[in-house]
Design a protein around this ligand. Sequence first.
Ligand code: NAP
Length: 303
Amino acid sequence: MTTPICLVGIGKIAVDQHVPAINASADWTLAATVSRSGTVDGVPAFDNFDHMLAERPDISVVSLCLPPVPRFDYAAKAIAAGRHVMLEKPPGATLAEVQILQAMAQDAGVTLFATWHSRMAKGVAPAKAWLAGKTITGGQITWKEDVRRWHPGQDWVFEPGGMGVFDPGSNALSIMTEILPVPVFLQKATLEFPANRDTPIAAQMQWSHNVKGDFDWRQEGPQSWDITIATTAGTLTLHDGGARLLIDGVEQHAGPDREYPALYDRMVDLIRTGACDVDLAPMVHVADALTLGKRVTVAPFAF
Ligand code: NAP
């Protein structure tokens, strides 16, 4: 038997990842969409979330693919209506709002899953296992991509709450906070804000344990999603956003890459066990960067 699910916010990530992951799963049926303009062929479409909640009591799970700022209101309504909820990353515009959603979900007895898709990349679990118990001597995150390619025309990423380069950067932070055997804290950051925008387009970060991060949204050509962690017992490298793992330069074989299908598998388990999974650690580092970081102004940005 499959579980009916509703996808909300039919934009780039819903079309690229969520719809294929749901359609390929034996556990789920895409039973409805809610979007002001987007639809999925053959799936009942609503343009009003309240109407969907009222008219489709059979749909027990809602997956929110909206940008972070509008997401809270949708999540709160879904929880109040007794639905289980999946949140795209980053899970909200602020830490406090996600904590409130978590408390609401617990009170309502429904599952809230704040997803971090990069944690499902195939090299991440073996990287965490290899680093367990080891002594970290340093680390380097290099997360450089082309915002025009991954967020074409999406002005929300440069509006307050859009988080700028920390939108993709939170993927790196989700891996860092998952695999490191010790917690690290931010000591210094420089944030580059385009003169015409409200969020940073690049950031250089320095954490404790000599872990550094270089985030940039202006990289054309090959994209860089790499993390290297040095330990007293060798060096670990994740390439391609966590899909490839190397230990001391030797490629490891970690199985099939299925980030979004794995998120939906996990949601099945969370609902079955009556659990929530809400880890704000990656967002804490984003908030700390915006608290501690030195702001510099760089050239205006246009899509
Ligand atoms: P998007 O295409 O700009 O937005 C998704 C949809 O959300 C839009 O199509 C829009 O649908 C709806 N929406 C936008 N603003 C809204 C508002 N103020 N109120 C109600 N609905 C609104 O963005 P996306 O790239 O899919 O990203 C969405 C989320 O997925 C973000 O949190 C992002 O970090 C995450 N994500 C994105 C990528 C990527 O490569 N782009 C990868 C992984 C995760 P309607 O206008 O039809 O309502």
